[in-house]
Write a protein that binds this ligand. Structure first.
Ligand SMILES: NC(=O)c1ccc[n+]([C@@H]2O[C@H](COP(=O)([O-])OP(=O)(O)OC[C@H]3O[C@@H](n4cnc5c(N)ncnc54)[C@H](OP(=O)(O)O)[C@@H]3O)[C@@H](O)[C@H]2O)c1
Length: 267
């Protein structure tokens, strides 16, 4: 069975529109560095949604390292009309530490500052939590609201996906196992899990025969196969009894809207 995010995304968009109509919300500032194609297409996708919604947007793009970066950043970071700042990866190493250390945690929509990460990891309320794991969990909970005691497998250990997801899942009382490229028996872990979050970025690596008959697979991975965007799971091959999120149309589609919704958070 396919678990799509379209309905949830519409609900989030509706909430954003209502807040804009109520006169709430501030500008978004996006910083991009160099010519990374992934960062460029991510920015284009965000821009499209932001423009459709009518959210004021300021974009900053630098081909090479320059003093202007810090000047622009510090101005946006202290401007009270700016509600959120996104620093698209990869960031020039000469400024990465400075930008992340100084980013106002309340404007840190994707939860990259140590303040927000620390608050999430220690179980306290972070201002912002990374949008990708949030979207993945929200999509799962729209189908399976109670995760208490469930065997949940996370295949990814990065700070943007796997690590924050583990903390969100522990809060839900799940029993969490983390796998990565050095894991010896991924096949065994896959067979035991009730729920699988996968973010390897390896096209169609997981098929229905790899998981339990009643497993739920939340696919965060994105990669290209035969010129088409696809996930880690070969979702079209999954049976009726197994639940899987499609790519595209699953986690990725919800991530951007959740990120933008964070602009309207009250503190
Ligand atoms: N849907 C969305 O909104 C969204 C947002 C962000 C990212 N993504 C996608 O999610 C994926 C992960 O992003 P990322 O930035 O975390 O990528 P990444 O840095 O490449 O991390 C991939 C993770 O998967 C693990 N891995 C790779 N191959 C594996 C294998 N054969 N067996 C077990 N584990 C394996 C890696 O293990 P090691 O740690 O040992 O290397 C690592 O932890 C990418 O496909 C990315 O495009 C999607």
């Amino acid at each position: 069975m396919e678990l799509r995010s379209g309905k949830l995304k519409e609900e989030v968009l509706k909430n954003i529109r209502a807040q804009i109509e109520a006169g709430k919300g501030k500008s978004l500032a996006i910083f991009r560095f160099g010519s990374n194609p992934g960062a460029k297409s991510y920015e284009q996708g965000l821009k499209k949604t932001v423009e459709q919604l009518g959210i004021p947007l300021r974009t900053f793009h630098y081909e090479k390292m320059e003093d202007q970066i810090l000047e622009d950043f510090h101005r946006e970071n202290t401007d009270p009309t700016v509600g959120g700042i996104l620093l698209l990866e990869p960031i020039f190493p000469q400024v990465e530490g400075d930008l992340k250390a100084n980013l106002d945690p309340k404007k840190d929509l994707d939860g990259v500052t140590l303040t927000n990460r620390g608050a999430l990891f220690s179980g306290e309320g972070a201002y912002h939590i990374p949008a990708t794991p949030r979207a993945a969990l929200k999509l799962l909970k729209s189908y399976e609201p109670d995760l208490t005691g469930k065997e949940v497998l996370v295949i990814n250990r990065t700070t943007v996906v796997g690590k924050p997801l583990v903390h969100l899942l522990l809060k839900e009382n799940a029993t969490v196992t983390v796998c990565h490229s050095k894991t010896r028996d991924l096949a065994g872990h896959l067979k035991r899990a009730d729920i699988i979050f996968t973010a390897m970025g390896k096209a169609h690596k997981i098929g229905p025969e790899d998981v339990k008959d009643d497993a739920i697979v939340i696919d965060i991975g994105l990669s290209m196969k035969d010129g088409k965007l696809c996930g880690d799971a070969d979702y079209e091959a999954f049976k009726e009894s197994q639940v899987v999120t499609p790519v595209p149309g699953g986690v990725g589609a919800l991530t951007n809207t959740l990120l933008l919704e964070s602009l309207f958070k009250d503190f």
